[in-house]
Design a protein around this ligand. Structure first.
Ligand SMILES: Nc1ncnc2c1ncn2[C@@H]1O[C@H](COP(=O)(O)OP(=O)(O)O)[C@@H](O)[C@H]1O
Ligand SMILES: [Mg+2]
Length: 477
């Protein structure tokens, strides 16, 4: 005993231990229990007499005390399941002359109150973590098949037929189409209809991952590759997709430096993790998608031509919704079914005026915009039928009768009918009117993009920073 402790009466020792930690166990080098306190015994439903002298692993569920007493390596804040709950335990080796002679362990909360607090806080986190882990696993499967791709217009059927025909092969597929046309759905369906269907489908969005993380996301990293790197390294998406399909969404947004690295992997069919040396063979089928004009980007030197050729083995053009208006009723119906399940409703339908109106709109945000519009209408719906009044203002204002009238009025310089046909017109300074139009355009784009600013900026064809600035100016959330 060191001098410092010598003056503490030995009759105090046990009390001190029990005050410092509610549940304590001490084992010898063979893991035999030398001491266990009342609190611990109560907690695991045994008595001191019964526990002392027995191997710790027979007394305490999932104990690792006997291991720590052997290895001499402490374990801090490790989770241990006792009585069906996750506990947090600390385990320390006890040293004598540098040799491990036993171990002391404690469970890190001291009374029922702390336990309840822990249970509500930590337990929720553990559950959440488990949920996300399970979800991440599920996310590696394709979620849609060709039966989910609604539409029978000739332009759409042509795209669908081509996609079906090429799904059996291994060639790279390039999906081209505006935002919200269903590129991701096509990628899922191609995978599901392929011999790779039982292997993972891994999707990565090249525009939403910060440039400095993209490489390690795609190729993984080795232990200690950079500060903050996870111990043991991490698999990249290429490795995760092994045997399956890798969907590179928004490939047009991949920085040039990464394009070269991606090209190398596609040529060599092997990846080297960041900070690593050995290469791992990968067998993945690539499906890439973009709403950008890659050929133009190649011309301007923004996209590597050689990579473009690699990806563009099979090109599928997915038509915008406005060029297949006859599909709108069927697509809307399917979306309504999908939303019904989400909102716990059923028997919802569209009034014929609404269907007609939906067919008149030009849908710059395509099916995603249509889905948002329907979701919004269900939110304000009282009965079963979606009527014009349930549509967002920008669709209601589209009334062609109004527009014809007001256009006619403008042409004939008859401002009295023009006013009657539209909202009252108040002449304001031009810059206010322009600002108001700009604000409306941004709000509309955000609605179409489901609140996603990046997506909205793309639709407006302005930079993301510029959009953020404008949102601030116009106080858009
Ligand atoms: N042909 C279709 N039939 C029904 N729903 C579709 C169809 N295409 C796309 N969708 C739906 O529209 C939304 C946008 O599709 P998505 O594949 O994410 O578009 P993109 O990747 O082209 O932006 C998704 O909710 C999807 O389920
Ligand atoms: Mg997409």
């Amino acid at each position: 005993m060191t001098q410092a402790f010598e003056r503490v009466p030995s009759s105090w020792h046990e009390q001190i231990i029990n005050l410092l930690a509610e549940r304590v166990v001490i084992v010898d080098e063979n893991g035999i229990i030398l001491y266990i306190n009342e609190g611990y015994c109560e907690f695991i439903g045994t008595t001191i007499e019964e526990a002392i002298g027995r191997p710790v692993q027979d007394v305490i569920e999932n104990s690792r005390m006997h291991i720590v007493a052997k290895t001499g390596e402490k374990e801090l804040a490790s989770t241990q399941k006792i009585n069906g709950s996750e506990m947090i335990a600390n385990r320390f080796p006890i040293l004598e002359n540098g040799k491990t002679v036993g171990a002391v362990g404690n469970v890190m909360f001291r009374n029922p109150e702390e336990w309840r607090m822990y249970k509500t806080k930590i337990q929720n986190l553990v559950e959440e973590l488990n949920y996300y882990q399970a979800k991440a696993q599920r996310d590696l499967q394709s979620k849609y098949g060709f039966e989910d791709l609604i539409g029978s217009s000739p332009v759409f059927l042509a795209a669908k037929t081509l996609a079906k025909r090429v799904s059996g092969g291994d060639s790279s597929v390039l999906l081209i189409g505006e935002s919200g046309t269903g590129k991701e759905l096509f990628a899922h369906a191609i995978h599901r209809n392929s011999p790779r269907a039982s292997a993972p489908f891994v999707a990565i969005n090249c525009s939403s991952i910060p440039e400095h993380l993209l490489e390690s996301e795609l190729f993984g990293y080795e232990d200690g590759a950079f500060t903050g790197a996870k111990k043991g390294g991490k698999k990249g998406q290429f490795e995760l997709a092994s045997g399956g399909t890798l969907f590179l969404d928004e490939i047009g947004d991949m920085p040039l430096s990464m394009q070269s690295k991606l090209l190398r992997v596609l040529q060599e069919k092997e990846v080297v993790r960041v900070g690593g040396h050995k290469s791992v063979a990968v067998d993945v089928r690539i499906i890439a998608a973009t709403h950008r004009n890659l050929e133009k980007m190649v011309e301007k030197g923004e996209f590597r031509q050689d990579l473009y050729y690699r990806l563009n083995v099979i090109k599928i053009d997915i038509p915008p919704l406005r060029s297949r208006k006859e599909d709108i009723p069927a697509v809307a119906k399917r979306l309504l079914k999908k939303l019904e399940a989400r909102f716990y409703r059923n028997g919802l339908e569209l009034s014929s005026e609404v269907t007609e109106r939906l067919m008149q709109h030009s849908w710059p945000g395509n099916i995603r915009e249509l889905e948002n519009v329907l979701e919004r209408s269900i939110n304000v719906l009282d009965g079963q039928t979606v009527r014009l009044t349930h549509l967002p203002l920008y669709l209601r204002d589209l009334d062609p009768k109004d527009r014809q009238q007001s256009e006619a009025a403008i042409n004939s310089n008859d401002y009295s009918t023009y006013r009657a046909a539209t909202e009252p017109v108040i002449v304001k300074p031009l810059k206010d009117t322009v600002a108001q139009a700009e604000k409306q355009a941004i709000q509309h784009a955000l609605l179409v993009a489901n609140g996603n600013k990046q997506e909205a900026a793309k639709l407006l064809e302005i930079g993301k920073t510029s959009l953020y600035d404008k949102c601030k100016i116009y106080e858009i959330k």
